[in-house]
Design a protein around this ligand. Structure first.
Ligand SMILES: NC(=O)c1ccc[n+]([C@@H]2O[C@H](COP(=O)([O-])OP(=O)(O)OC[C@H]3O[C@@H](n4cnc5c(N)ncnc54)[C@H](O)[C@@H]3O)[C@@H](O)[C@H]2O)c1
Length: 439
């Protein structure tokens, strides 16, 4: 290591120790700065479900010398399934078995598992349901780690503010943070973005996430209410945020990104037509929101989870001189004539690219990614949309950002009561526009 690298390494190490007020054990990683690709970059995975397994695989498939050294999940069976997939000889996209070094003593289970796993890592992958993201992100940054975290990054405004504070700390410590809003890492969207001036000033937009919906995990005999909600997390707002936050955030974020702004107000309507069962918790199955930006331009956003209806996951951005179609990767002039078409042969796998770019930067000691703030603000946009459809009121960004709405339980414990409970018939209270208050 040359002197430059040595002093830079020490600078970053010392500044993160100071900022985090940490006393690091030599057993744990304290190397948050890498001077060359031959150094091992240690990864901890928090949330070993579907996306966590995929994200870990992608991290381990990067060109850098990456090792998975610790895993954390609320449930043991999720760790076991994930570990099995990652150590398969025929892993999809290539075997990563040789890069998995997670003995029993570095597999952590339960609500406090995250902190134990994070301690061992240089880079942390956060892929639990989004309700936990603020706590986990804050811990990772306080301990001086680089982060890949999935969207959304919270489910309520109190969580958003926690993420924004940690994001600021990450910037000061030069810790790279990538958020899984993967269209920002996708060639077609990046090429459209580069050419957005072709459509002039953006005057309106539409965004869609309409499809059949997602899995349901039915209640099992013997589960506590907390375990049931954790297993069936999509249907509870403290964990999921409703599907406008959980999935439609992708399309809302594209419009925010191209607009380079966040809406100042929102109003909308929504409800549940088919999600009526006991296992459907409290979330809606459709939302339609009109978001207004400071310059008066409007984003009409719709998301629906209803089987048998029209599917569309897409964005349309309209400007004074033309329009951009996100999914088709096309730019049209004001008469509807295509003036740019991205060649889909040049498309990449954005999920892989998120990790390729993140780990390349970390290995080179570069500070390149500060996605937490945009992730938090696009999550807040979607939360504002949910609060607008639940209440039926016109809501303002500043008030939502300052809101004390906190959906989290007072205590994380298998026997503790979650913040929402079923009635005697097993059904959960559902928002009623005009009645439900937005705070
Ligand atoms: N960017 C994308 O396209 C994309 C795609 C899929 C999922 N995601 C995101 O990834 C996240 C996870 O989704 P998923 O589909 O993998 O869900 P999942 O249910 O398959 O996995 C979540 C895992 O987190 C675990 N978990 C829950 N609470 C925990 C806690 N407190 N500590 C540790 N582990 C905990 C669960 O037991 C589970 O194993 C969500 O935020 C989702 O939006 C993003």
């Amino acid at each position: 290591m040359n002197n430059d690298n040595k002093s830079r390494r020490e600078f970053v190490k010392n500044s993160s120790l100071l900022a985090g007020g940490l006393m690091m054990s030599p057993l744990f990683s304290n190397a948050n700065f890498f001077s060359g690709a031959d150094e091992t970059i240690k990864v901890a995975l928090v949330g070993c479900g579907g996306r966590g397994t995929g994200a870990a695989m992608q991290a381990l498939l990067t060109k850098q010398n990456v090792k998975l050294v610790a895993m954390a999940d609320a449930f043991r069976d999720r760790i076991d399934n994930c570990y099995k997939t990652l150590t398969r000889d025929d892993g999809s996209g290539g075997s990563v078995k040789g890069r998995v070094d997670v003995p029993e003593e570095r597999k952590f289970v339960g609500f406090d598992a995250y902190a134990k796993a994070i301690a061992f890592a240089d880079v942390v992958i956060l892929t639990t349901p989004p309700g936990f993201r603020p706590i986990h992100f804050e811990e990772a940054i306080n301990k001086g780690k680089h982060v890949f975290m999935e969207k959304p990054v919270a489910t309520d405004p109190v969580g958003i503010r926690r993420v924004l504070e940690a994001a600021e700390k990450a910037k000061q410590q030069k810790l790279n943070v990538v958020v899984g809003l993967q269209r920002r890492y996708q060639n077609s969207y990046r090429e459209l973005f580069k050419r957005k001036n072709l459509i002039g000033d953006i005057t309106s937009a539409q965004a869609w996430w309409n499809n059949d919906g997602v899995w349901v995990n039915k209640r099992k005999y013997g589960q506590t209410e907390m375990e049931y909600q954790m297993r069936n997390w999509y249907y509870f707002n403290w964990l999921c945020g409703d599907h406008i936050v959980e999935q439609h955030i992708h399309n809302i974020d594209v419009v925010n990104w191209f607009k380079d702004a966040y809406p100042v107000k929102a109003q909308g309507m929504g409800g549940r037509q088919v999600r009526k069962g006991k296992d459907h918790g409290e979330i809606f199955d459709h939302h339609f929101v009109e978001f207004t930006y400071a310059d008066g331009s409007v984003l009409n956003s719709q998301c629906r989870h209803i089987p048998g209806t029209m599917s569309r996951v897409d964005e349309l951005i309209v400007g004074t001189k033309g329009s951009i179609k996100g999914d088709a990767a096309t730019i049209l002039d004001s008469k509807g004539k295509p003036i740019f078409q991205f060649d889909k042969k040049g498309e990449n796998n954005p999920y892989q690219n998120e990790h390729d770019e993140l780990f390349a930067a970390i290995a080179k000691g570069e500070y390149k990614f500060a996605d937490a703030e945009i992730g938090a603000k696009s999550t807040l946009t979607a939360i504002m949309g949910r609060m607008a459809t639940y209440s039926g009121q016109m809501l303002e960004w500043d008030k939502i950002l300052a809101s004390n709405l906190n959906l989290q339980p007072k205590k994380y414990d298998w026997d503790a009561a979650p913040p929402i409970l079923p009635n005697d018939d097993g059904y959960y209270p559902v928002a009623v526009p005009g009645v439900t208050k937005y705070v």
